[in-house]
Design a binder for this molecule. Structure first.
Ligand code: NAD
Length: 310
């Protein structure tokens, strides 16, 4: 890929940019932010790590949206993050207005790009961007489940003492307290986690996963998480730029899959060079199905709130 832009040169945006540069996922990285001079400063700072990490891609920052010109992928991290005690939904109104503005910039300057949403509440904002652009769902998707699944994997690694490299996890649903960690599809090198962990321990891990973002926010106090979020976004970018066709949980527009339509939420997708190629429909059992439906209702309520914002 030639050019990737990141809108929002905040904590998640900067972390993502650093990883994209280190991994040389593209030849040009553009950072756009409304904070005066900040994107230029961050771009320069990252550029100066080039001799250590041995990359030579171009990194530029600007307050001028024309910097987005001809991007093939735009990662959107603009917005206000949660403060301790706030839910992702509490930032909905402000972030919807910000995301509308950003969407218009992308449509004007990078009309052929894919958009990867990170800003919260990510499910409702992915839906908003899909509505505003009218683009095919393959080009508009969000990051949530890759992060939530990595949180769950790290908790399983801590609990079992096994290598995180062997742990595969799956988290579906909205990126909030109703998310659905699906332990039946979680394995340690192909062996179901139930072989190693009791039902009580699995339920405790599920609950910690659901509250994973809030746990970090409460501990960090002045910032929500950004190291793992940046790495999660970079994993999705890797799947796209290298056309890996990975099966990753993404926030995707549903068109009848899982019995849902006119909604964006976390489901396993095949992610490759054209973005979301297709949605993978899992055969959920009754309990998983009920949890998924509850999560869909919570996302739908957020989408209804977003619809009222003009
Ligand atoms: P941050 O405050 O550090 O960065 C946000 C940046 O957006 C700021 O630099 C701000 O100036 C910029 N911005 C605001 N309005 C803008 C506009 N109109 N155009 C361009 N830039 C604009 O916040 P952060 O910690 O980087 O988090 C960013 C967003 O990502 C938040 O909404 C947060 O909740 C979300 N997030 C999502 C996930 C996820 O898994 N989906 C994980 C972590 C954070």
């Amino acid at each position: 890929m030639k050019k990737i832009s990141i809108v929002g040169a905040g904590r998640v945006g900067e972390t993502t940019a650093q990883i994209l540069a280190e991994e040389e996922f593209c030849r040009e990285i553009a950072l756009f932010d409304v904070r005066e001079d900040v994107p230029e400063g961050i771009a320069l700072d990252i550029l100066q790590t080039a001799p250590f990490f041995e990359f030579d891609c171009v990194i530029q920052g600007s307050n001028d949206p024309r910097i987005l010109k001809d991007s093939e992928l735009v990662i959107v991290t603009a917005g206000i993050p949660r403060k301790p005690g706030m839910s992702r939904a509490d930032v909905l109104e402000t972030n919807t207005r910000i995301i509308d503005e950003v969407t218009d910039h992308v449509m004007a300057h990078a009309p052929n790009a894919m958009m990867l949403l990170v800003s919260n509440p990510v499910d409702a904002l992915t839906y908003r961007v899909a509505q505003r652009t009218g683009w095919d769902r393959s080009r508009v998707f969000g990051q949530a489940g890759v992060l939530d699944a990595s949180r769950m994997a790290s908790f399983i690694a801590q609990e079992t003492g096994f290598s995180a490299l062997d742990i595969t996890t799956m988290v579906l649903g909205g990126h909030g307290d109703t998310m659905v960690p699906v332990s039946r599809f979680c394995t340690i090198n192909g062996i179901p986690i139930s072989y190693f962990l009791s039902d009580e321990r699995i339920e405790a891990i599920n609950e910690r996963t659901r509250k994973g973002g809030a746990e970090i926010l409460a501990l960090r106090k002045s910032s929500s998480a950004y190291d793992a979020p940046g790495a999660a976004v970079a994993a999705m970018v890797d799947a796209i730029v290298n056309n890996r066709r990975r099966v990753l949980p993404c926030v995707a527009l549903l068109e009848g899959e899982y019995g849902e339509a006119d909604i964006a939420m976390g489901v396993p997708c095949i992610l490759g060079e054209k973005g979301v190629e297709s949605v993978v429909e899992l055969n959920l059992n009754d309990r998983e199905r009920a949890d998924f439906d509850k999560s869909a209702s919570a996302v739908r309520a957020e989408i209804e709130r977003v619809r009222d914002i003009h």
